[in-house]
Design a protein around this ligand. Structure first.
Ligand code: ASP
Length: 440
């Protein structure tokens, strides 16, 4: 019998997880049962993915750079990647702002709902902790550059949060390997090549458990979600965010079809396992190993490009998050009758761009940076908690959706950059690996 394709397996796992989660909201003991006995399997899966993220970046980026024939090519890839990331992010924020200004979801929300949301969430530790984190992250002008340079390579490699430092160190290592010449760099190159194969195999093995893991993750999301009435009250706002995210997918599909000349539906199908995982984990960092594997082996982007574009994208390119920040900021202003000028909206474009660069690729990070976006338009500090309380109830489902777009955006840009430097090839069919085969 032919095995079901991976994305179908994952999708079925997700649906069963949702249904199971709903059923478990009925008995009193249900939510606790899911949290104690089901959720750990989801957590273990996410931990495994995170476990291999740093070795994968290290091995594949060193391999990518040391395969380059000359450094000027790397400079070209680097500059293009960053510029395209800025463009896609600005497109995303613009779509978000246009929709929220035309559809005005904040005007339709009643005072009663605002009071109820404020009472439920404004003093909730989940909201206040976001405010605290935002105040810690308030940026110094060149803080981002400063933070990117590690002063201890081992420390950088030991912290998933320090992904940009790892990328910096690895690029430095790879370039220096190029400069000492092939002969001298060979032992190190062989080591990283081999490590790269091993880590990619680890991704395959972890992915075999994905359908079960997403079951656990989604069941847990359902049992821990808030009051359904409050979720419904925010339906219009959530609808605007989701519509914006959908338009972004259309934008990516047009870019893929017109520039890379590949079929956009094929592209979406091939990266769908990564998208489904992004949805289930709400973390583009945890999804990164799978995104890299899909883009390289199933889409045909050369490692020289993907090994740089994707890890950098996971940390600095968050189109879904920036669209959400634009919509959320204006929605909060509309609901609390805080007037925004055109200048304020332009400020939102700029700060949401910087905020999405600064957001960590983990669940809920977008909401922390939203505080900084709100502050930039002069939103009163004493009302920040109320503002966040207004959108908190739907933040997790929206986080799941925006993470899918963050990952899709990175994959799209990797195809565009690869095409522009002649590195978009055919998928490597022999590497297709959705089945477990023991070495005899
Ligand atoms: N969860 C998102 C990500 O990992 C970030 C966010 O928007 O909160 O890409």
């Amino acid at each position: 019998m032919r095995k079901l394709e991976l994305h179908w397996q994952i999708l079925i796992g997700m649906l069963l997880g949702l249904v199971f989660g709903f059923v478990m909201t009925y008995p009193d003991w249900g939510p606790e049962f899911v949290q104690d006995w089901i959720n750990p399997f989801g957590t273990i899966f996410v931990k495994l993915l995170k476990l291999i993220a740093i070795p994968l970046i290290l091995a594949s980026l060193v391999k990518g750079i040391s395969d380059l024939q000359d450094i000027s090519k790397f400079r070209r890839i680097g500059l293009r990647t960053i510029s395209i990331y800025v463009v896609t992010t600005v497109v995303a924020i613009t779509i978000g702002l246009l929709l929220v200004n035309v559809l005005k979801p904040g005007d339709g929300i009643s005072d009663e709902t605002i009071t109820k949301l404020t009472e439920t969430y404004a003093t909730d530790t989940a909201v206040t902790s976001k405010l605290e984190e935002a105040s810690r992250q308030r940026q110094r002008p060149l803080g981002f550059l400063e933070d990117m340079v590690p002063d201890n390579a081992i420390k950088a490699l030991s912290e998933n949060k320090l992904m940009l430092q790892v990328i910096f160190f690895t690029i430095f290592l790879g370039i220096s390997m190029l400069l000492i010449g092939e002969e001298r760099a060979k032992p190190l190159k062989n080591f990283f090549d081999s490590l790269n194969f091993v880590v990619l195999k680890m991704v395959d093995l972890i992915m075999l458990t994905a359908p079960f893991a997403v079951f656990a993750l989604l069941a847990n999301v359902v049992v821990s979600s808030g009051d359904p009435d409050l979720l419904l009250a925010l339906l219009r706002y959530a609808g605007v965010v989701v519509l914006g995210l959908f338009l972004l997918v259309v934008f990516y599909a047009i870019v893929v079809g017109s520039y890379t000349k590949k079929n956009p539906f094929w592209f979406l199908k091939e990266i769908s396992p990564a998208q489904l995982l992004a949805f289930s984990t709400s973390s583009s960092a945890a999804t990164l190993p799978v995104t890299m594997e899909r883009v390289e082996e199933h889409i045909g982007v050369d490692k020289e490009v993907s090994s740089f574009v994707l890890p950098v994208g996971a940390t600095i390119n968050m189109d879904g998050t920036s669209l959400y920040q634009g919509v959320a900021a204006v929605f909060i202003a509309q609901a609390l009758a805080f007037d925004l000028t055109l200048g304020d909206q332009l400020t939102i474009v700029l700060t949401a761009l910087l905020a999405s660069i600064g957001s960590a690729a983990v669940p809920g990070a977008g909401m922390v940076m939203l505080v900084i976006v709100l502050e930039s338009i002069g939103f009163p500090a004493d009302k920040l908690a109320i503002g966040l309380a207004l959108i908190f109830a739907v933040d997790r489902p929206l986080d799941m959706c925006r993470t899918v777009i963050n990952v899709t955006g990175d994959a799209t840009v990797s195809m565009v950059v690869a095409k522009s430097v002649g590195k978009l090839g055919e998928p490597r069919v022999e590497d297709w690996d959705e089945y477990y085969e023991e070495v005899k």
